[in-house]
Design a protein around this ligand. Structure first.
Ligand code: FPP
Length: 249
């Protein structure tokens, strides 16, 4: 049976997050320069986004460029920024056709002006779409986000806008760049690495983790469906016992 036929349609995860890894290794395996891996990775982004929209997933968050990625060789960073602009130009009609709303999380102030402008245009253009929310993590790291959130909370307390005692878990979530989004139900990481790499550390508290050896450019829609089927067979207890869950259901 195909993985798609095994997906339980009324148990689709609301939020899937993906650490897209292995573009460089894919290029090396094919005797190509690293940028060819990233370009091939964009094709995978297109396929997986389209599949996620069709499945009715509400949020798909992709780790596209981490804070640490600024430390890569300048030529690769420049080429990635140019690729992002090119991709947004090329993919905006597909986002519109699939009713996908683009969102971003991360420190966009560090992006080159032209890249930021292109994203802002696309964010605006897709802002009324009501299907999948495609969230690109750009110049993002969880420690940056948590530090920023703490600064904001401390400023609000200092300015008398709120009491320190009112900062509960919900308030912390609201200070994150993901405010208003459900926490990811499923995190997928490609390329056989078993790390979270400073991605959504607060939000992943109860996410199911799925690791695959496939390199991101080789990760196909069938692999995506297989990850969802795997997720649907997990028992999510959120700290409770199986017996408690049975009584509640
Ligand atoms: C990880 O592979 C990938 C990245 C750091 C960049 C991901 C970017 C894209 C897929 C292209 C743009 C994306 C969008 C959403 C438009 P790696 O370079 O770390 O691979 P390696 O670990 O094999 O070296």
């Amino acid at each position: 049976m195909q993985a798609l036929d095994q997906i339980i349609k009324d148990r689709i995860p609301a939020h899937v997050a993906i650490i897209m890894d292995g573009n460089g290794r894919w290029a090396k395996q094919h005797g190509l320069q690293r940028m060819f891996g990233h370009k091939q990775g964009v094709k995978t982004v297109h396929e997986i986004t389209t599949a996620a929209a069709k499945l009715g997933i509400q949020y798909l968050t992709l780790y596209a460029f981490s804070t640490e990625n600024w430390n890569r060789p300048k030529e690769e960073v420049d080429a990635l920024m140019a690729l992002l602009v090119e991709t947004i130009k090329q993919e905006t009609p597909t986002l519109m056709n699939n009713n996908v709303r683009l969102m971003t999380i991360g420190d966009l102030s560090r992006l080159p002006e032209v890249t930021r402008q292109k994203f802002e245009q696309c964010l605006e253009q897709t802002s009324h779409n009501t299907g999948l929310n495609l969230v690109l993590a750009l110049s993002y790291s969880s420690r940056w986000e948590i530090t920023h959130a703490m600064q904001q909370a401390a400023t609000d307390v200092a300015q008398g806008k709120r009491d320190a005692a009112s900062i509960d878990e919900q308030a912390v979530s609201d200070y994150m760049t993901t405010a208003g989004m459900p926490d990811p139900d499923l995190l997928i990481r490609t390329s056989g690495e078993y790390r979270i790499s400073n991605f959504l550390l607060w939000q992943l508290a109860y996410a199911e983790l799925y690791f695959t050896d496939k390199l991101w450019p080789d990760f196909c829609v069938e692999d995506f469906y297989a990850a969802i089927v795997d997720y649907q067979h997990r028992e999510r207890r959120f700290g409770k016992t199986s017996e408690q869950l049975e009584v509640e259901s």
